[in-house]
Design a binder for this molecule. Structure first.
Ligand code: PA5
Length: 443
């Protein structure tokens, strides 16, 4: 039985045979590697290619870092950041920082912005803690993480010396190319490889995600097992009705064709907020091109019902909503009866908070559907490594299928170069002299 239950009954979409055939053909194309972007399909069979020895090597490296550091600074951006951030948030106690009994190091992130204040506050915050770093960049040349790494590397070397820095810094990068690879080789950093055929946003199940997660205390073997089972459950040849990735991809494309241009990923568990951020990158970068693509947005409920709820209920009718629904919480808290009942909540006495949350979810679903917002529900039994691993692969597979149905190359991102060119020209990078003059004249 599949860990993920997909419920499309409130999407308003009637799945036709043509839609099924189109989704299955797209899935087959991913497996035959004959479609657009076929040199970046290493993620398709990635989970089942991960061996016990790979997991052991990652756990061994994570243990070394954990022994040395109370805080591990994880440096990367985009696909070299969001997967680890998403799963660390999902799998950790939300108040980890405040827990005196915390056993695992705190994982903090850098290099995902160019904020001087962020960098400064980070250095200040870690000054009384032992530190280590994991620096992640496939190209090895991305500006944001390169700046952060220069600063963190200097801090580590200042504190511990160059030799010890090589014990506290791990690089995750290309097998052979790029500035980070060159630096890692020169400095003798332990290095893990990002496979050539796995693009950034599909790399969470490579060392890019797995090493930081192992360092955070996440059971990466179980995460990978969940992804492996989902890889099998969505394999080529699986019937449409049995393949949740094909169904999700088909339904969201049908909604797009009906004018539903924005998909809101919603969840009632705040610790899934960064899963939504990761999903936004995955779908936004994969599908937003050639003047096409669903705009991926997200909300955390019920919080955002008090901010975005009005728009979702009654704003422009270009939205549909996909809810990640969690079956069972890890904790149990019951609303107690109160003799005075001044807040009028005694009608809830004896109910678990999760029951109230569930009724909110069901009530919101019907309200939004009544308001013209079609609903897809993705249900996972609980927030655990196995289910999250399955969810990650489910979204990746559905994204590949969906992109092919849409008729784009889901595995490139030519649009992200535009800002870099302008930024380098404005910063007078050597080689950009002409662009520099031209852009400054436009300011
Ligand atoms: O999905 C992608 O390819 C991008 O988001 C990259 O991951 C991001 O730009 C970081 O690139 P790199 O790992 O080369 O530093």
């Amino acid at each position: 039985m599949n860990t993920i239950k997909l419920d499309i009954r409130k999407s308003g979409v009637t799945v036709t045979d043509a839609m099924k055939a189109e989704a299955l053909a797209a899935n087959a194309l991913l497996h035959s590697k004959q479609g657009a972007g076929n040199d970046f399909l290493g993620w398709v069979n990635l989970p089942t290619s991960i061996s016990a020895a790979d997991i052991e090597a990652l756990n061994a490296q994570a243990s070394k870092l954990k022994e040395k550091a109370e805080v591990i600074i994880c440096i990367g951006i985009g696909g070299s950041y969001l997967g680890a951030k998403a799963v660390v948030e999902a799998m950790s106690n939300s108040f980890n920082l405040l827990r005196r009994d915390r056993k695992e190091p705190v994982i903090v992130f850098a290099g995902q912005n160019i904020s001087e204040d962020y960098t400064c506050e980070l250095l200040d915050a870690v000054k009384d803690y032992s530190i280590a770093a994991i620096v992640i960049s496939k190209s090895g040349t991305t500006t944001e993480p390169a700046i952060a790494f220069r600063i963190v590397k200097a801090e580590i070397e200042k504190r511990y010396g160059k030799a010890e820095a090589a014990e506290r810094i791990v690089a995750i990068t290309d097998r052979a190319r790029g500035a980070l690879k060159t630096l890692a080789t020169k400095e003798g950093y332990p290095t893990f490889v990002i496979p050539d055929d796995v693009g950034g946003r599909f790399s969470v199940l490579t060392p890019v995600g797995l090493l930081p997660l192992a360092a955070a205390g996440v059971d990466i073997a179980e995460l990978v097992r969940g992804a492996q089972d989902m890889e099998r459950a969505t394999a080529d040849g699986t019937a449409f009705d049995e393949n949740p990735a094909a169904i999700y991809a088909a339904v969201r494309n049908a909604l797009y064709k009906e004018g539903k241009k924005i998909e809101i990923l919603a969840s009632y568990e705040p610790k899934l907020q960064y899963i939504a951020e990761w999903w936004k990158q995955l779908y936004g970068e994969s599908e937003g091109k050639d003047g096409k693509g669903i705009f991926p947005a997200s909300v955390t409920l019920t919080a955002d019902l008090h901010s975005m709820g009005q728009y979702i209920q009654q704003g422009e009718r270009t939205l549909f909503e996909t809810v990640i629904s969690v079956g069972e919480p890890a904790c149990k808290i019951v609303v107690e009866a109160d003799d005075e009942n001044l807040d009028g909540l005694n009608f809830m006495a004896g109910k678990r908070i999760s029951e109230v949350n569930r009724m909110a979810e069901l009530g919101v679903q019907l309200a939004h559907v009544d308001g013209g917002v079609p609903n897809i529900r993705i249900e996972i039994p609980a927030i655990g490594e196995y289910a999250v691993g399955a969810l990650l692969y489910f979204f990746e597979k559905a994204c590949g299928i969906s992109g092919y149905i849409l008729g784009v190359n889901p595995f490139d991102q030519p649009g992200v170069e535009a800002y870099k060119k302008n930024m380098f020209a404005l910063l007078d990078k050597p080689g950009y002299e002409e662009e520099s003059k031209a852009i400054k004249a436009r300011l």
